[in-house]
Design a protein around this ligand. Structure first.
Ligand code: ACM
Ligand code: ZN
Length: 517
């Protein structure tokens, strides 16, 4: 918002227009490309003329932007080394902390391109916009003279990948990071544990990854569907994501969906019976009755050991603790759980669930982190400071209490669902604050698409489930609330199909027809 004034300057606009005068054909090519920005920026002023980016275009920046600049130079195809010196021609990067942290100003003139971001992330996003403006045909590339002022509508623009039902390779995670960063999404939530596998090395509890990451041999699951990330691999992914403005939010599921944990620690179930099989999703129940015992102190000792290592790997403010689909049948019959209910003065198993979450929330808070969990963490009373990821409701209740919410309702955001129920247009119609009044709506942090990996398991199929409809979510997360024109989006989306192809994305072709180019 603070940068809007630059657009109101008639002097600037006159000078801007005057300096750039291209030929008719150039204008035509540029205008085709220049309308295809996703997400739509807050404010764009086109002028005539262009800046030609070549392999030898210089990129100049202060030292702290060198990594961001080097990433963008590689993306654009610039081979000249990023330079921290002062020059007159080229692409100039700067930070102005008075701007929105993820916001930026981008001014393309004939002799130079000036980018100012509120932080490295803002500069990175400006460079993604520049990359989109430069088109998909490689260098040299003519970028239209333009002035853009941009910042996101929401602070959480996420994608969840389920790495438990099917292990997703570090290479695929990095590819996904590249793709979502290009569309200014900023959260990659990794569902790291579930009934089908524990996917992260925990050094103090090495059995979790050694035993909990493997399907039982009787199922003959391919090696590529199982395994775990070493801490070193995960640190590398976190760093890679961070360099592109993306926070990795880890999810360690509790108290349900815990077969992989119970295979390693059967004594932490309410019955204590040996659980010996990690089963592929369709070879067992989708929700198992066996969950972590809330009456056993060892359950919390394990969780705290895991959190101690998690917070060392992931700098994310939020740590996701799952909390969904935890059936209470075992707790109802368990003497330890019943004793806990009595000792803590709880009225029932729903309040025991709340006790469980509150206890974990307190521990996370002692580590300077915030808890986020699925809708069900509201049951029995929501822990203070906890945020809710709404997949089946809870947003209204939580935001009215002043608590934060990320919207990921099944109806719009479940991208394991077929395109017949959620196509790009349907996803584009999602407004995360639609049913909320002003005060509560301020507690909507943003939105997130979720991909569960039980049906489509190979990277090409995951691509197909995500793209192109993920671009709808990217725009709804970034662009102003008034950017709701499907025809405009569809037009831009069609042009992006070529870019997706160049990025190697196996997008779903029947969703949006590609118009003749
Ligand atoms: C969920 O889809 N069970 C969060
Ligand atoms: Zn129990």
């Amino acid at each position: 918002m603070k940068c809007i004034s630059i657009f109101l300057s008639a002097v600037f606009l006159l000078a801007f227009t005057h300096r750039c005068q291209p030929g008719i054909n150039e204008e035509k090519k540029i205008s085709t490309i220049s309308r295809a920005l996703i997400p739509q920026p807050v404010r764009t002023e086109y002028a005539s003329g262009h800046f030609t980016i070549t392999e030898n275009t210089g990129m100049f920046c202060p030292a702290k932007l060198e990594e961001t600049a080097a990433i963008a130079a590689r993306q654009l195809g610039i081979i000249k080394k990023v330079n921290t010196g002062r020059k007159r021609k080229g692409i100039f990067l700067a930070i102005d902390t008075s701007l929105h942290r993820e916001g930026y100003r981008l001014k393309v003139q004939r002799g130079k391109i000036e980018i100012t971001g509120g932080s490295n992330a803002g500069v990175f996003y400006a460079l993604q916009t520049l990359h989109q403006l430069s088109g998909s045909e490689g260098l040299p590339s003519k970028v239209p003279c333009i002035a853009i002022c941009d910042y996101p509508r929401f602070s959480w623009r996420g994608l969840m990948l389920d790495c438990s039902r099917t292990f997703q390779s570090p290479e695929y995670l990095k590819k996904t990071i590249d793709r979502i960063a290009f569309y200014k999404m900023n959260v990659l939530h990794l569902h790291l544990t579930d009934d089908q596998g524990w996917r992260l090395e925990i050094k103090s509890r090495s059995v979790l990854a050694e035993k909990g990451a493997k399907f039982h041999p009787e199922y003959n699951e391919p090696e590529r569907h199982q395994g775990f990330y070493s801490q070193e691999e995960m640190r590398d992914i976190v760093q890679y994501a961070g360099s592109k403005g993306i926070t990795i939010v880890p999810e360690i599921e509790m108290s349900g969906h815990s077969t992989a944990v119970l295979v390693c620690y059967p004594e932490l179930s309410c019955t204590g019976e040996i659980v010996d099989k990690i089963f592929p999703f369709f070879k067992g129940p989708s929700v198992t009755p066996d969950i972590l015992c809330a009456g056993n102190e060892e359950t919390f000792a394990l969780i705290e050991d895991v959190i101690d290592e998690i917070v060392e790997i992931f700098p994310s403010e939020f740590i996701h603790i799952g909390g969904d689909e935890a059936p209470k049948a075992r707790w109802e019959k368990c003497p330890k759980c019943q004793k806990r209910i009595k000792d803590e003065g709880l009225s029932d198993e729903r309040e025991l669930q709340s006790y469980f979450i509150r206890r974990v929330e307190r521990y996370l808070r002692s580590k300077g982190r915030r808890l986020i969990g699925w809708s069900e963490i509201i049951e029995g009373g929501l822990a203070p400071n906890a945020a809710v990821m709404d997949w089946i409701g809870g947003a209204k209740e939580a935001t009215e209490k002043g608590q934060d919410v990320v919207m990921s309702p099944t109806r719009y955001c479940y991208f394991d669902y077929p395109y017949a129920s959620i196509d790009s247009e349907h996803a584009y119609r999602f407004d995360p604050v639609k049913d909320l009044s002003q005060g509560p709506s301020e507690h909507i942090l943003g939105l997130q698409a979720n991909f569960w990996s039980h049906i489509d398991r190979e990277p090409e199929l995951v691509d197909k489930q995500l793209f192109p409809r993920l671009l709808s979510i990217a725009e709804r997360g970034w662009s102003p609330s008034g950017s709701t024109d499907w025809d405009s989006f569809r037009n831009r989306l069609e042009k992006h199909l070529a870019i997706l192809r160049l990025m190697g994305v196996n997008y779903y072709q029947a969703d949006v027809a590609e118009s003749a180019r």
